[in-house]
Design a protein around this ligand. Structure first.
Ligand code: GLN
Length: 206
């Protein structure tokens, strides 16, 4: 039997503490990741919400962009929320000049998609594989997923709110992303789902 995995949270910027708490709630070990050596030490990574342009600049300054890309390419499970979703997108629109991502998920993500009038809002999102009741999702200057490639499973679309029908949760193999912030609500179903995905990935590697 495999030991509990250690899931890191990229701690350059954003709501790191909330994710650490949610992951602890899902029963895994946690660590913060700011340096390449810390990235090496974790089994999987959460990329939090915050500001993707700042996160990209800091990741470049901390020489983390290449190590992050390499680990994702090598099959490390990763979950991005909001700005983290942008970081895991192969393609983005609405980014700043030269903005780069880690990539990994074959999707186009539109940054700040919901516009200024609806900077933040809440909506009910039924999530595939995460229980029968819709997830009460909190969106803050959120992106949405404009389109996905064939290998990407759509886990959720907003069912209420100003964005009905928009894709807000996806998964491609060991990578997943949500436009919303499940670390803020106390309902840790999404973190449980990711922790299970990580446990299964580790079992395959034994
Ligand atoms: N708008 C932010 C960005 O572009 C994302 C907002 C968030 O993570 N809450 O990165």
């Amino acid at each position: 039997m495999t030991a509990e995995p250690t899931i890191g949270v990229l701690a350059l910027q954003g709501d790191v503490r909330e994710h650490l708490r949610a992951l602890a709630g899902a029963g895994v070990r946690t660590a913060t990741v700011r340096r390449p050596a810390e990235l090496e030490a974790v089994d999987a990574l959460v990329i939090p919400g915050g500001e993707s342009t700042t996160m990209w600049k800091l990741a470049t300054a901390f020489e983390l962009m290449e190590p992050l890309r390499k680990r994702v390419e090598a099959g490390m499970p990763a979950y991005g929320t909001c700005a983290g979703m942008i970081m895991l997108a192969d393609r983005i629109t609405g980014g700043i000049e030269g903005q780069q991502t880690i990539g990994g998920i074959d999707m186009t993500v539109r940054r700040n998609a919901f516009g200024r009038q609806v900077d933040s809002f809440e909506a009910e999102v039924p999530l595939t594989g995460m229980g029968d009741t819709p997830y009460h999702a909190v969106f803050i200057r959120a992106p949405w997923v404009e389109n996905v490639g064939e290998g990407v499973e759509i886990l959720g679309r907003a069912e209420t709110g100003p964005n009905v029908g928009r894709i807000v949760a996806v998964r491609q193999g060991r990578l997943m992303a949500t436009s919303f912030h499940p670390e803020l609500t106390g309902d840790f179903r999404v973190h449980h789902y990711f922790a299970d995905l990580v446990r299964r990935a580790m079992d395959q590697e034994d």
